[in-house]
Every structure is written in structure tokens, then in C-alpha cells.
Design a protein around this ligand. Structure first.
Ligand SMILES: Nc1ncnc2c1ncn2[C@@H]1O[C@H](COP(=O)(O)OP(=O)(O)OP(=O)(O)O)[C@@H](O)[C@H]1O
Ligand SMILES: [Mg+2]
Length: 248
């Protein structure tokens, strides 16, 4: 467990945080947020997108995040995924304090521990399906034959073995999202962060994506899923509700 409590003690916040951590002392916290704020803009133009969020997600949990449009879910996911740094507060991922890391260290942690799946797929349009899945491994300097083999295996397991040389715009939405999942899995991350991965999909493709996330959870991965769909959220182990940037 990260030493957030000690850190906060130094700045006199230990009393307010202790309550939030009760019950998590003996578990294996993988993601910890302590009094995280994200404020865009300044003065009258300021938007508080994440408001004093403290939460813990343990290794192997499947957590759903729900909340109205604009409530701050994506911004929160960006903080958890260290794609962004909070305005205030501390985040620990696998016992690494984000505030103590430089951008290179954060990029390495992101690459090795986190896999992202977005609503808009975010595939590289000029790369083939196979090449898209290879990208995270190129960044890790995995040699060509090994990364090609792993990308093929992942795509096969997601029933895309027959689309390796297609380009993203030649695929259905559900297929594109499965490529995005294969890419997220390329470096075998412990944590999968999925921000409305079924939001652009029909019900059947959405179910398939959800089933894949469930299977990954069964394999031991920690899943954080943003969804508007209460039927999907209900099937997660725990739901975190966000309103006006705060956990409610
Ligand atoms: N880069 C930014 N600059 C300024 N404001 C931002 C920025 N990103 C988000 N916001 C604001 O922060 C608030 C939360 O946005 P966010 O995208 O996190 O909401 P969300 O819950 O993901 O919504 P949705 O369900 O529509 O995806 C919104 O008011 C938004 O306008
Ligand atoms: Mg969003």
C-alpha cells in the first residue's frame, strides 16, 4: 500500500483521509487517490472537473464509474491513467506516487501497467489492425517477430484473426473496439481503464465488449469501466457514482 497517509500527515490532512481508508488496510490497493482535484482554467473561468476525490481500488476489482454527462468521469479516468496530472491531491498506482515521478517515469508506468480503451476507439487510421496492436510493443522495444506473434495471438483471441491486414475504417464499430482492446492488452497490463467502451456500439457488440472485460477480470485483471448503462454497471463488483466532479 502506498504511503499516502504519511505524506498527508506531513501537510496536516491525516485526519480527513483516515476514514476513507478504513477497511482497506489489509487489502492490496492498486489504485489510490487522495483528495484529488482537477481544475481547468482560472478564476471566474475555472471549471472544477474533479472535486476532492479519495478512493481506493484493490487488485483484481471490477469497478464501474457512473454519472451524468459532464460530471467528470473522463477527467477522473485521465487522472487514474496518469494521462494528466491533478491540480491538487495525490495518486498512487502500484505504490508509485505520481507526484514524485517525472514525465518519463509516468510514461513508463503507463506503458507497463495500464491499458486504455476509449469510446472513440482511437486507432491509428493509417495503420493496419495488426500494426495498431503492435504500437505499444514498439514503444517497449519488443522485437518485430515477437510483437507480430503476440499481436496475432491477441487478435485471434478476439475473433479478428481474419482482419489483420484491414484498416480501421474497413471494420465495424464492434470490431474496431476489439482491436482497441487487443492494443490495450499488448503489454499485458494489470489495469484496464475503459471509458464508455460500449458507448458507440449496438447492444450486441456492446455485450461482446463487456464479456471480454469480464473474461479479463476473471483472468485477474483490475477493470475500471465508465458506463452510462446501468445494466452493465450492475454486473461490475462495485459502482462509484460521480456528481459535479465528486464521489457521491
Ligand atoms: N480540457 C478541458 N478544458 C476545460 N474544461 C474541461 C476540459 N476537459 C473537461 N472539461 C470540463 O470538465 C467537466 C467534466 O468533463 P468530463 O469530460 O470529465 O465529463 P464526463 O463525465 O466524462 O462526460 P461524458 O459522459 O459526456 O463523457 C465538463 O464540464 C467539461 O466541460
Ligand atoms: Mg466522458
Amino acid at each position: 500500500m502506498c504511503l499516502i497517509n504519511l505524506l498527508l500527515k506531513k501537510v496536516g490532512l491525516e485526519r480527513s483521509i483516515t476514514a476513507g481508508y478504513t477497511g482497506h488496510i489489509m487489502t492490496e490497493a492498486l489504485i489510490e487517490l487522495a483528495h484529488v482535484w482537477k481544475i481547468f482554467g482560472e478564476a471566474e473561468a475555472a471549471t472544477v472537473a474533479v472535486r476532492d476525490v479519495s478512493l481506493t481500488i484493490d487488485k483484481g476489482e471490477f469497478v464501474a464509474i457512473m454519472g451524468a454527462s459532464g460530471s467528470g468521469k473522463s477527467t477522473l479516468m485521465y487522472q487514474i491513467g496518469i494521462l494528466d496530472v491533478p491540480t491538487r491531491g495525490e495518486i498512487c498506482i502500484k505504490d508509485h506516487r505520481i507526484s514524485e515521478m517525472d514525465e518519463n517515469e509516468r510514461a513508463r508506468l503507463r506503458r507497463d501497467v495500464l491499458g486504455f480503451v476509449f469510446q472513440q476507439f482511437n486507432l491509428v487510421p493509417t495503420f493496419t489492425v495488426l500494426e495498431n496492436v503492435e504500437v505499444p510493443m514498439v514503444l517497449r522495444n519488443v522485437d518485430e517477430s515477437e510483437r507480430r506473434e503476440r499481436a496475432k495471438t491477441l487478435l485471434d483471441s478476439l475473433e479478428l484473426g481474419h482482419r489483420l491486414d484491414y484498416y480501421p475504417n474497413q471494420l465495424s464499430g464492434g470490431q474496431q473496439q476489439r482491436v482497441a482492446i487487443a492494443r490495450a492488452l499488448a503489454n499485458d497490463p494489470e489495469i484496464i481503464l475503459a471509458d464508455e467502451p460500449t458507448g458507440n456500439l449496438d447492444t450486441k457488440s456492446g455485450e461482446m465488449v463487456f464479456d471480454i472485460l469480464t473474461a479479463l477480470h476473471d483472468q485477474g485483471k483490475t477493470i475500471v469501466l465508465v458506463t452510462h448503462d446501468p445494466n452493465l454497471a450492475r454486473r461490475a463488483e462495485r459502482t462509484i457514482r460521480i456528481q459535479d466532479g465528486a464521489v457521491v
